[in-house]
Design a protein around this ligand. Structure first.
Ligand SMILES: *Cc1c(COP(=O)(O)O)cnc(C)c1O
Length: 389
């Protein structure tokens, strides 16, 4: 069912046999999954998927699992693309849509990446998983490891939202609270994983979470009937979704699903942790590590992303931009989306509303442009941040 052929380094181009349990390239950079797109193009048209399962595994030919029996799934993906005319009207946009990822299992789009990563690791012999996470990735790993019947070991900052800690605990994960940031947690996983026999599913440190998240790009093409929007606003932490969708667009063009036009990709971050925005503004290829990163949007609290150069490349090649908003603005965005459309978004989704207002006000987005903002998770997991003012 899958046309997966091998994995390839995003930086040095070295290739790897996909039958192995893979983490980073020997050069230390992220690997990307590659497919036989010419062969896939002959059988994998857009009409083929129309009546398939309502999950991201409907794109099986361009997903990594070799057989349907391998797939570790809780029904992730195929989320609603909602037209939001009332919010659009307030902002001055005629064609505004929200891709609502809060409907995923575990309440965030981390489910997409973790379903793909756990599926592949299990089929290649992984016996236990480990992850550093500032929130939703931890909950998703705990759930998918439980679904696969395997143990998971989670390292999270002590101030991670309580919902994330509890979902891990209830799913049987072993949770270590760390007095530090996600980068400190990552160091602890790296130091211990070999001795403990853990497979590390950190962001971009294995090739398949990107494959799960790229399906957001495929879904947009299907939901817009073979077209893509003019502008996409994406709340960026490690950048998996941004890199994944950008990869999906190239694959889809090769498959004949879309033409050469691309949306302008906007990376949205919180001003307390905006390494991509700073690097974009400075014209830099890589981002500087942020000291004392802080924001209630825990998914955006990533002081240094290993795939920073891939995020920046997608933003620049698309003619996009990068915008930072402060916590008060992004929480106001959560309220505005809930009040106008009934979507109780994660703070990361609220950040997109705030960034959108700025881009419309400055004229960077024109009133008629078809614009999609991503709500990447449910506000229900962020009660401390949304709580009594
Ligand atoms: C992880 C996370 C993000 C950032 O996602 P990336 O693809 O890693 O940039 C955004 N929003 C929420 C709710 C998250 O959990």
């Amino acid at each position: 069912m899958s046309f997966l052929t091998h994995c390839e380094c995003s930086a040095c181009g070295a290739t790897y046999d996909d039958a192995a349990l893979l983490n980073l390239c020997r050069c230390g950079m992220p690997l990307l999954a590659r497919y036989d797109l010419d062969a896939a193009a002959r059988v994998f048209g857009r009409s083929v998927v129309r009546d398939r399962v309502a999950s991201m595994w409907r794109y099986a030919e361009l997903m990594p699992a070799a057989t349907p029996e391998d797939v570790v799934s809780l029904g992730e993906g195929w989320t609603p693309l909602l037209r939001t005319a009332r919010l659009g009207g307030r902002l001055g946009l005629e064609n505004l849509f929200v891709k609502d990822e809060s409907l995923n299992p575990t309440g965030s789009f981390k489910a997409r990446g973790m379903s793909a990563a756990v599926t592949m690791a299990v089929s290649r012999g992984a016996k236990a998983f480990a992850i550093p996470s500032a929130g939703n990735a931890a909950g998703a790993l705990a759930a998918y490891a439980a679904r696969a019947g395997l143990p998971s070991f989670i390292f999270m900052p002590a101030d991670t939202p309580i919902a994330n800690r509890l979902e891990c605990d209830y799913s049987g994960a072993s949770v270590t609270l760390v007095d530090g940031l996600i980068t400190d947690c990552g160091r602890m996983v790296a130091e211990r994983k070999d001795a403990e026999g853990w497979f590390d599913v950190s962001t971009l440190k294995e090739p398949y979470r990107i494959e799960g998240k790229k399906t957001m790009g495929y879904e947009l093409a299907e939901q817009f009937d073979g077209e893509l929007p003019d502008v996409i606003l994406y709340p960026t932490g490690g950048g998996t979704g941004m890199i994944g969708m950008w990869k999906a667009f190239d694959e889809m063009e090769h498959l004949g699903w879309i033409g050469p036009a691309r949306p302008r990709m906007v990376s949205v971050q919180a001003s307390g942790c905006a390494p991509i925005v700073r690097a974009f503004e400075a014209g830099a290829e890589f981002a500087e590590m942020v000291a004392e990163a802080h924001t209630v949007a825990s998914g955006l609290r990533v002081p240094k992303a290993i795939g920073d150069f891939l995020i920046l490349r997608a933003v620049r090649e698309s003619g996009g931009t990068a915008v930072a908003v402060d916590d008060a603005e992004l929480l106001a965005g959560v309220r505005e989306l809930a009040m106008t459309e009934g979507i109780l978004a994660a703070p990361e989704g609220g950040a997109c509303v705030a960034a959108l207002r700025r881009l419309v006000d400055t004229g960077w987005i024109e009133p008629g442009e078809r614009t999609v903002i991503f709500n990447t998770g449910t506000g229900v997991k962020y009660l401390e941040a949304l709580g009594p003012a």
